[in-house]
Design a protein. Structure first.
Length: 604
C-alpha cells in the first residue's frame, strides 16, 4: 500500500511511525523506572512531601522567649464546661479581644466563652457556669475580673468579640457574636455597659455567627459592622457518621453536613441604630461558610475592601466601589482558594509597600501566603491595575510545615522589633481522640520569624520558650502589648481548656514605637487609618483594624519595631476621612497618641 504513495509522503509516514514508537518506548521505560506516587496522609512523614522543604533554624534567630503568666496575672479563664454533645458549634469557638474600655492607657481583655453543651431545644442553660469574662488591666502586670459589675458576664454559646466606638462618644463599645443571637454592649463610661442589642437592631438575626470586624465602609465617620455567618446549623443525632480523610466522625461536627449561612453588614445610621444591608451591598456571600473577615484597603484607593475566609467554600474578596456597593474580584485576584480557611493576617511582610495576606487552613491543606503584586503591577502610567496575589507559602517556609496542623488564630506581628512582621499560628484539631471521643486532639502552636525577603520565615517555637512544647486545642488569639513594655504579647483561647496569657520576654531589646489613634472627622476609634513609617532605612505600612485573627481582635494600638533606629524619621498618617498628617523626628520607645487634625503627637 505504501509503495503506491509518492516517495516524499512515504518518508513522512515512516518518520512519524518511527518517532511514535520511540516515544512509546521512552514512556514505558520511564513508567517502569518511576517510583510509586507518594500519597500524603495527615500525621505521616511522606518522602518528597513532608520533608522536602525542611529548614534548619539559623544561628542568628531572635533570643526572645514567651512565658505563660496567666496565673500570676490573675487570669483563670477556662473555655467550656461540661461534656461535648458532638455538635459543630461546640468545637469552633472561641476568641478574645483587647481594648482599653476605660481609656486609662492600659489595654483590657474580653474573653468569649461557650456556655456548655448544645441542647436539642437550642436554649442556653440559665445556670451554665461558663460565662464571658472582662478582665480589667491593673497596670502592674495583673488583671481583675470585673465582668459582673460591668454587666458583660454574658452567658451564651459565644464565638467572637470586637471593640468599636459605634457612637463616637470616645468610649469603645463591645460586640459579641454567638450561635443564637448577637450582642452589642454600650460603654456607659463609668465602668459599666448596657446591652443595646435589641434597640440597635444587632440582635434581629438568629444564626450561627462567627468572626466580626468593625470598619467604616462608606467613610461617613461612623463604624459599620461585618459579621460572618458560618452554617445553618440544626441539632443532629451524633450516631450519623461522615468521613474526613478516611476517619469516621459524627456528621453533626462536619460543616459540610449543613448549608452555608449568609453574612451580615450592619450599616451605622449615625443615630444609635444599624441597618442590615449585606445583600444590597453585594457582600452577603451566601455560598460561603464564613469564619473570619477583615476590612483592608488592599488597592490603596482610600476605600476599605473586605476579604472573607471560608470553610469548605471559596474565599471571597470584595472590592469597595465607593458608592455603597462592592464587586466580587476573588478569582481575578487569585485568592478564591477552596480550602478550609480560618484566620486572616494582613501586613506587608516583604516591605514592598502593599498589603499581603496569610491564611490558616485545615489539615493537609497548608497555610497560604498571598503576596500582593500590586506595587509591581501598578505604575503612574497604569494606576488602576486590578489586584493580583501569588501564594508563596512553600517558597518562604510557611506551607509544607502546616500539613499536619489545623490552624486558627493568626496575625502578622513583629515579636522581636526588628522592623519585619513575623507570624504566630494557634493550632488545634477538629478530630476526636480515639480513646476518648469526648475530647479533641491537641496540637502545638507555631511561631514564625521573618528573617528577610530572601529567606522568608523560619519556625522558631522550639527555641522561643517551653510553652511552645505544650499541646492544646487552640482557637482564637489576640495580640497586644498588655504591660506597655514595648513588645507584643499573646492571649490564646483553647477550646475546652484553660486560656493562656503569653508574655513576650526580650522582644524589646530592639527599639519600638506604639501609636494610639483618635479620629475626629473620621470614626473615633481610628479604624481604617493607614500609616507609613520610615526609620533606619526601613519603610513600614500598617492599617488600623486590618488584622483578622480568628474570632478575635488585636490591641487598637499600632505597634512598630524599629530595630536599632533611635527615632522615626517620617510618620505619614492617612485617616479614613482622607485627611493626611506628617510627623518627623519622633523618638523611639514611646507610646504616642495621634489625634486627627492635631499637629503634635502626644506621649501617653
Amino acid at each position: 500500500m505504501l509503495e503506491k504513495l509518492p516517495k516524499r509522503r512515504r518518508m513522512v509516514i515512516a518518520t512519524a511511525l518511527f518517532g511514535g514508537v520511540a516515544i512509546a518506548l521512552i514512556l514505558i521505560l520511564l513508567y517502569v523506572r518511576k517510583p510509586e506516587d507518594a500519597t500524603y496522609l495527615p500525621g505521616q512523614n511522606t518522602e518528597g512531601l513532608t520533608t522536602e522543604l525542611n529548614r534548619n533554624i539559623p544561628d542568628d534567630y531572635p533570643r526572645v522567649t514567651f512565658k505563660d503568666v496567666s496565673g500570676n496575672a490573675g487570669i483563670n479563664f477556662r473555655h467550656f464546661q461540661g461534656t461535648r454533645n458532638f455538635q459543630l458549634p461546640e468545637d469552633m469557638g472561641s476568641g478574645a479581644a483587647w481594648g482599653d474600655y476605660d481609656q486609662d492607657g492600659w489595654i483590657d481583655l474580653y474573653v468569649v466563652n461557650f456556655a456548655g453543651p448544645i441542647t436539642s431545644d437550642n436554649q442556653v442553660p440559665p445556670d451554665a457556669p461558663a460565662t464571658c469574662t472582662l478582665y480589667h488591666n491593673n497596670g502592674d502586670g495583673t488583671f481583675t475580673d470585673v465582668s459582673k459589675q460591668a454587666g458583660v458576664a454574658l452567658r451564651c454559646w459565644g464565638m467572637a468579640a470586637s471593640w468599636g466606638d459605634y457612637d463616637n462618644d470616645g468610649r469603645p463599645d463591645l460586640f459579641v457574636s454567638a450561635f443564637g443571637r448577637n450582642h452589642l454592649f454600650h460603654n456607659n463610661g463609668n465602668g459599666t455597659f448596657t446591652d443595646v442589642s435589641d434597640q440597635t437592631g444587632i440582635a434581629a438575626f438568629e444564626g450561627f455567627w462567627a468572626g466580626a470586624t468593625w470598619g467604616d465602609f462608606n467613610r461617613d465617620g461612623y463604624l459599620d459592622l461585618y459579621v460572618c455567618g458560618y452554617v445553618q446549623f440544626t441539632y443532629q443525632n451524633s450516631a450519623k457518621k461522615s468521613l474526613q480523610y478516611d476517619v469516621e466522625v459524627p456528621a453533626s461536627i462536619n460543616p459540610s453536613s449543613f448549608p452555608p449561612e449568609r453574612n451580615l453588614l450592619f450599616k451605622n445610621n449615625g443615630n444609635g441604630t444599624f441597618t442590615e444591608m449585606a445583600g444590597a451591598a453585594g457582600v452577603a456571600d451566601e455560598k460561603g461558610r464564613s469564619l473570619s473577615a477583615t476590612w483592608a484597603d488592599l488597592d490603596a484607593d482610600g476605600w476599605p475592601d473586605i476579604y472573607v475566609a471560608n470553610d469548605v467554600s471559596d474565599n471571597v474578596l470584595y472590592k469597595n466601589l465607593g458608592n455603597g456597593t462592592f464587586k466580587e474580584i476573588s478569582h481575578n485576584a487569585l485568592v478564591a482558594d477552596y480550602r478550609g480557611a480560618m484566620g486572616i493576617a494582613v501586613g506587608d511582610w516583604d516591605g514592598d509597600a502593599d498589603y499581603d495576606m496569610f491564611i490558616t487552613h485545615w489539615i493537609a491543606q497548608e497555610n497560604a501566603l498571598y503576596s500582593s503584586l500590586f506595587t509591581q503591577l501598578t505604575s503612574a502610567d497604569n494606576p488602576l491595575q486590578e489586584l493580583r496575589f501569588m501564594d508563596l507559602a512553600d517558597r518562604y517556609g510557611l506551607g509544607q510545615i502546616a500539613l499536619d496542623y489545623i490552624g486558627w488564630g493568626t496575625s502578622f506581628f513583629d515579636y522581636n522589633n526588628d522592623g519585619r512582621p513575623d507570624l504566630f499560628v494557634a493550632n488545634g484539631s477538629t478530630f476526636q481522640e480515639k480513646d476518648d471521643p469526648r475530647l479533641l486532639i491537641p496540637m502545638q502552636n507555631l511561631l514564625f520569624w521573618n528573617r528577610d525577603n530572601l529567606d522568608g520565615f523560619y519556625e522558631v517555637s522550639t527555641v522561643s520558650g517551653a510553652v511552645f512544647g505544650e499541646k492544646h486545642v487552640g482557637r482564637g488569639v489576640a495580640f497586644g502589648d498588655y504591660d506597655n513594655d514595648g513588645d507584643v504579647d499573646l492571649f490564646v483561647v483553647n477550646n475546652n481548656g484553660a486560656a493562656q496569657l503569653l508574655r513576650n520576654d526580650g522582644g524589646n531589646q530592639n527599639n519600638w514605637l506604639e501609636l494610639r489613634l483618635e479620629g475626629t472627622g473620621s470614626n473615633r476609634s481610628g479604624i481604617g487609618t493607614g500609616i507609613r513609617v520610615v526609620a533606619g532605612g526601613i519603610t513600614q505600612i500598617q492599617q488600623a483594624g486590618a488584622q483578622g485573627p480568628y474570632c478575635s481582635q488585636n490591641s487598637p494600638a499600632l505597634h512598630l519595631g524599629l530595630g536599632s533606629a533611635s527615632q522615626v524619621d517620617t510618620l505619614d498618617v492617612t485617616w479614613p476621612s482622607g485627611k493626611k498628617q506628617r510627623f518627623t523626628g519622633l523618638p523611639a520607645n514611646r507610646i504616642l497618641r495621634i489625634t486627627e487634625g492635631k499637629k503634635e503627637a502626644n506621649p501617653l
